[in-house]
Design a protein around this ligand. Structure first.
Ligand SMILES: [Zn+2]
Length: 319
């Protein structure tokens, strides 16, 4: 008996030590999980508190259904980001109801004579605009913003650009060429939102209004609230088929080499950064480094080179 005791002791010590080690490991795992959870929570909070930015709404709503706004019970929520059509369609909330300084930007006369845009383009870039450029647009770009609705019944001719997204035909070709050129430069670009129908926009908007009403808001209040999250129908450029959101709906996108490439080259393909950081008052939309609007290369080059937003461009050259 006495002989066995030390062995038993040694064994049980070993067992205790092993158990301690296991317990320690489990504890560490739990701690790590906790830290991860806390970090995730903080990240969520940060997203949540972002300014009412049309597109970041899409991100946060597809990531989490619990938001400050009435939780989106809607089906666009349910489908999450898995369906580009659906997820993209909810993204564009008009960010700003607070605008006082609505640009007097008369909607551009879309039938502006060629001469005007040609004279415009010649002022612009070092190289004169080349009408043989596939992205040369003789007409002035159509303006759609929180104050200027798209023409009633306007339905663009769109085409599939892959992954379930669609763009207006010329914009689609421009996008393909831009994507290919970026790829050749080692830059990978992809679309995360493109065309959405006016009807879809109406549907999303009305759902959101109804949601707010169900929370006890009056009709007017509900509309005002809803408008902060879903673009009022007719005010979303995505319904023109001329806008694409690229790669990321995070403001930090501006720090990527993708963004740098786009800043340098997007105009060659007729695209502009539509909502620049310093033009929020004029555009009525928060800074969106991911939202590119096709306007035609001749217009785009001036806009990008002169650091204008579309509203300013149309004010300056549109008449
Ligand atoms: Zn967009």
């Amino acid at each position: 008996m006495a002989k066995h005791n030390p062995r038993i002791n040694r064994q049980s010590y070993r067992r205790i030590r092993r158990n301690r080690r296991i317990a320690g490991t489990i504890l560490i795992i739990i701690l790590l999980a906790l830290v991860a959870l806390i970090l995730f929570g903080v990240a969520r909070l940060v997203t949540k508190d972002k300014p009412v930015d049309s597109e970041s709404f899409a991100v946060s709503s597809s990531v989490s259904s619990e938001q400050k706004k009435p939780s989106s019970s809607s089906k666009d929520e349910a489908s999450g980001s898995s369906s580009p059509e659906e997820s993209s369609s909810q993204e564009e909330a008009s960010s700003s109801e607070e605008e006082s300084s609505a640009p007097e930007s008369s909607a551009p006369d879309s039938s502006a004579p060629d001469s005007s845009s040609q004279s415009v383009s010649s002022q612009a870039s070092s190289k004169p605009a080349d009408p043989d450029d596939p992205y040369y647009e003789s007409e002035m770009p159509m303006l759609v913003n929180p104050w200027v609705k798209m023409p009633e019944g306007f339905v663009p001719e769109v085409t599939d650009i892959g992954d379930g997204y669609r763009l207006e035909v010329t914009a689609a070709q421009a996008w393909h060429d831009m994507q290919a050129a970026a790829w050749d430069d080692g830059i990978s670009l992809w679309v995360i939102s493109a065309y959405r129908t006016y009807e879809r926009q109406v549907e999303l908007y009305e759902q959101k209004v109804a949601e707010y009403e169900s929370y006890g808001y009056s009709e007017d209040e509900a509309k005002e609230q809803a408008g902060q999250w879903v673009a009022v129908p007719g005010t979303s450029e995505h319904s023109l088929g001329l806008a694409a959101d690229l790669c990321s709906l995070e403001e930090s996108f501006e720090n990527t080499d993708k963004f740098a490439w786009l800043q340098k080259h997007c105009a060659e393909y007729g695209f502009i950064l539509r909502f620049p950081k310093d033009k929020v008052e004029k555009t009525g939309i928060s800074y969106e480094p991911w939202h590119y609007r096709y306007v035609g290369s001749n217009h785009a080059k001036i806009i990008m080179e002169e650091g204008l937003c579309l509203e300013e461009y149309l004010d300056k050259y549109g008449k």
